[in-house]
Design a protein around this ligand. Structure first.
Ligand SMILES: [Zn+2]
Length: 364
């Protein structure tokens, strides 16, 4: 480390040597500076008023100089002072420059990096089909009605003309809520097996004319396989007014099926049985995929059974206080998953509930 020597010899050569030594020390020390702290130390070491190197030079060289040399030593000390000040200023500037450069670098936003993608969600395929169906019926003047998924025996069965212990109840494997033995049967709770209870609830609240569709989740005690699921969706429709006939039922469903599957689709009605409609029918549509020639979705038959329907049984009107002499109506219902499976050629109903993104992405 450089220290300011005492001068014995004030000859120009000796002064040159001392000056040169000091300047090369200045050069070396300034070159080694890294960081703000070292920069501050450097300034203090050379320029501090008390005992800085310049002060020492002033004291040990100039003040001690013999009279004849004073002038020359004074000039040299002034030149040194200027050089040291310049050097310190240069180092400080360099430091603050590299500091702001570092700051800028830290704050830089690399706009070439790929952003974070936040994809929009899309409707589940079952909901897409459900909404499409709702749209068809809303255009025909129907409104949407909903009801509870935990339903009473009365709404799920009794008011729909399933008397207690009637064998028709056995066609719907029902999930009952436990520990209700002490309640009267009509009040016992269960997971609704169909959306039909919403028809009863709607008629209790509305006076005819009634036009409602009832979409929703239903539950059956079915073991899951490719075509069965303990949870699935239905959509039902109900129309009650004066002079509603089976022709209205046929016309409505034919229009709905054409809206969904195109104008070439045909409908076929087969006699069937449901406790809450009389007469009842199962309805098949001509296969929209092969046009009736036979293919995999229609199991080579050319027809696909899609709906259950019928004229509302007068007994049902009795439960909701409608006069069966005055009013008539029809009701229909279908499974939404079944429709979605057909529409998208899905061969396993479990796919809809598996949460497998590879499956669901196809409907995005
Ligand atoms: Zn077909």
């Amino acid at each position: 480390m450089y220290t300011v020597p005492k001068l014995e010899d004030y000859s120009p050569e000796a002064l040159d040597r001392a000056t040169q030594e000091l300047l090369s020390a200045l050069e070396q020390e300034s070159a080694a500076i890294t960081g703000a702290k070292a920069c501050e130390d450097f300034r203090n070491r050379w320029m501090a008023r008390k005992n800085g190197i310049l002060t020492q030079v002033n004291d040990t060289w100039l003040k001690a100089a013999p009279g004849p040399s004073k002038r020359e030593v004074g000039q040299r000390v002034n030149a040194l002072k200027q050089k040291v000040e310049e050097r310190v200023a240069a180092v400080e500037e360099q430091m603050s420059g590299s500091a702001s450069e570092a700051k800028l670098k830290a704050e830089t936003l690399d706009i070439t990096l790929p952003g974070i993608q936040r994809p929009y969600g899309v409707k589940h395929p079952v909901l897409q089909v459900l909404d499409e169906l709702i749209g068809v019926f809303v255009k025909m003047g129907y409104s949407v009605a909903e009801g509870p998924e935990v339903e009473s025996d009365y709404y799920n069965f009794e008011a729909l003309n399933f008397p207690p212990n009637h064998p028709a109840r056995d066609t719907q494997d029902t999930l009952f809520i436990a520990n209700q033995e002490r309640r009267p049967q009509r009040d016992r709770l269960l997971l609704r097996t169909h959306t039909s209870p919403v028809q009863i609830r709607s008629m209790e609240q509305l006076k005819p004319p009634v036009r409602v569709i009832c979409p929703g989740k239903v539950h059956r005690n079915d073991a899951p396989d490719a075509t069965h699921s303990p949870v699935f969706h239905q959509i039902e429709g109900l129309c009650v007014d004066t002079n509603i006939t089976f022709a209205d039922l046929k016309g409505t469903l034919e229009h709905a099926m054409k809206s969904l599957f195109g104008n070439d689709v045909k409908t076929r009605f087969f006699p069937s049985f449901f406790p809450f409609t009389e007469p009842s029918a199962d309805i098949a549509i001509s296969c929209p995929f092969c046009g009736g020639k036979g293919c995999r979705p229609c199991k080579q038959s050319g027809w696909i059974e899609l709906l259950g329907a019928g004229m509302v049984d007068p007994n049902v009107f009795g439960f909701v206080g409608y006069d069966p002499q005055k009013f008539s109506g029809f009701a229909f219902g279908m499974g939404v998953e079944r429709l979605a499976m057909m529409k998208y050629e899905v061969d396993d109903i479990q796919q809809f509930f598996s949460g497998d993104m590879r499956f669901l992405r196809q409907f995005a």
